[in-house]
Design a binder for this molecule. Structure first.
Ligand code: HEM
Length: 513
């Protein structure tokens, strides 16, 4: 007996909006009891800028969550609380190791109700944090979207979230479409599966174009220096000033629970994982080049610990969405259906087209990560190299504020008023403190995910095109090339996690190979 095909309604997933809520996010909590939360969130940037946010939040009363009725209200409460929480933690000269009860008590309750971790997640930042400019115009048009909240008040930050919202909306019809395809495959209906795959491939191309629009209004420097730091989590953040994570205080005496969470990241999007699952793409623990391999090429170093980051990110999705993905995995049959029909060229081309579009999407994403994280982090490192070891040492003492500061005054050494960021460069003594994702290289991780997308292609040529094979490495042989230079690895803070990166100081910008 085959497991039933998941019904969207059972998981709170909309057939038209997908993982975005069917009911648009509330712009305000209806009960005036919550006016204080609304007031803080409405003035978040001004409060951060003036350095008054922490004082205001410390004086807030601990509000009860019993006044929250519909799911939309719980979702709004969650968004308000995570913006306040991350503003509180990261919105000062150094990060706060505590969250006062006025935030932590309701945040823990709201998170439990919604089955999300009590930290800024993709759901709270993107899925539940937008409005339409014109309600009679579509959700999947970027020009019809606005954010409800940002940390910085910048267009760049709004755009960063809104590109994701538009992607979710544009991709939403793929969910019922591909559940139909699964049912059709069960019935042996080749024509229906073919039609679904073709539509899927076309939609994926549109999603890819939307992703490419990130560059329109989100500037890499603003993203790296101003936005990203507010999204940081509390896990493996010792160097940033949170050695034990964050204490979620439960009473005025400062008693509470220590928590460590990853930061908010688009890797927590359920839609991309849905694409993978429905096509039968398997993501191995980072470092496993192929199903049979023991680990990544280590170049003489110890292999990175096995860590399936993509799977891990499911813990940061709303519970029902994560359960939906697990259930989809148990019914996914399209890859098998295609493989069982070696003579069906149309079907096989349609399947490979979906993979090609998804692989292309990941290529674009790799370009984005290069432009928005890798290059700015190299620039920060280059700047720190040009400063005296003493200045670098001082800066590392306050990693949470480092790259957001204007250059320190040589006379006073004063920090900027709202410096928040992560300088992730290696300590000047060259020590490599590999952690977070287990010393996993950011680009290797992303490229592995891209390559795993292509490697299940039916046709060899398609497989070759999508899964670029590594070039033969030089061994000091005249024909094979020069001996490899030792490459220094530095830490780089991504969004959800801390990674390592080869420090190719002044290197090129093409990272998609
Ligand atoms: C400025 C824009 C973006 C930056 C800088 C960025 C950066 C990153 C980083 C650093 C990671 C590694 C995991 C982490 O540390 O969180 C990651 C993973 C990921 N990102 Fe993005 N991202 C951006 C936009 C997006 C958007 C709009 C999407 C939606 C399509 C997306 C989807 C993903 C996915 C699905 C992963 C997991 C890896 C994979 O499945 O290939 N990202 N991103």
């Amino acid at each position: 007996m085959l497991p039933p095909i998941p019904a969207l309604a059972d998981y709170g997933i909309s057939p038209t909006h997908g993982f975005l809520p069917e009911v648009l996010p509330l712009t305000r909590l209806p009960d005036p009891y919550y006016n204080k939360w609304e007031a803080v969130a409405a003035n978040l940037q001004a409060l951060i800028l003036s350095g008054r946010l922490r004082g205001v939040i410390d004086r807030l009363p601990v509000l009860s969550t019993t006044g929250l009725e519909h799911d939309a209200e719980w979702r709004r409460a969650y968004s308000l609380l995570i913006f306040m929480a991350h503003g509180y933690i990261w919105g000062g000269d150094s990060p706060s190791e505590r969250l006062p009860p006025s935030i932590s008590v309701p945040l823990l309750q709201v998170s439990e109700h919604l089955e999300v971790p009590p930290v800024a997640t993709y759901a709270g930042l993107c899925l539940w944090n937008f409005k339409l400019l014109f309600v009679d115009e579509p959700v999947d048009e970027l020009e019809n979207l606005a954010t409800l909240h940002t940390f910085t008040g910048s267009m760049d930050e709004s755009w960063f979230y809104l590109v994701s919202v538009a992607i979710e909306a544009r991709a939403a019809p793929i969910i019922p479409l591909m559940l139909t395809a699964i049912a059709a495959a069960r019935n042996g209906d080749h024509g229906a599966v073919l039609r679904c795959l073709r539509t899927f491939a076309e939609r994926l191309a549109e999603v890819g174009s939307l992703l490419g629009r990130m560059h329109d209004h989100c500037h890499p420097t603003v993203f790296y220096d101003r936005i990203r730091p507010f999204l940081a989590g509390s896990k493996n953040m010792a160097e940033a000033g949170l050695p034990n994570g964050v204490l979620y205080e439960l009473d005025d005496a400062g008693r509470g629970e220590l928590h460590q969470y990853s930061g908010g990241s688009n890797a927590q999007s359920s839609i991309i994982q849905f694409f993978d699952l429905v096509l039968g793409i398997e993501h191995r623990p980072t470092g496993n080049k192929d199903a049979g391999a023991g680990g990544e090429e280590t170049r003489g170093r110890a292999p990175a610990p096995q860590h399936n980051f993509i799977q891990e990110m499911r813990k940061y999705m709303p519970g029902p969405h994560a359960r939906f993905l697990n259930d989809v995995a148990s019914v996914a049959n399209i890859r098998e259906f295609v493989n069982e029909r070696p003579g069906d060229v149309e079907l096989r081309v349609a399947f490979d087209s979906c993979l090609a579009m998804l692989s292309k999407l990941r290529d674009r994403h790799i370009d984005i990560v290069t432009r928005y994280i890798v290059l700015p982090s190299r620039a920060v490192r280059a700047r720190s190299r040009s400063r005296s070891p003493e200045a670098v040492r001082k800066q590392r003492l306050n990693l949470a504020t480092a790259s957001r500061q204007p250059p320190q005054s040589p006379t006073t050494g004063r920090k900027g008023p709202q410096g928040i960021a992560l300088d992730t460069s290696s300590p000047p003594d060259g020590r490599k403190d590999l952690k977070g994702t287990g010393g996993t290289q950011l680009m290797s991780f992303l490229k592995q995910a891209r390559d795993e997308t292509g490697e299940i292609a039916v046709y060899e040529w398609a497989k070759r095109y999508m899964s670029r094979l590594p070039r033969t490495e030089g061994k000091g042989d005249f024909f094979l090339g020069k001996a490899e230079r030792p490459v220094e690895e530095v830490e780089v803070a991504g969004l959800a996690a801390t990674w390592t990166m080869e420090d190719e100081y002044g290197g090129g910008i093409c990272n998609t190979g």
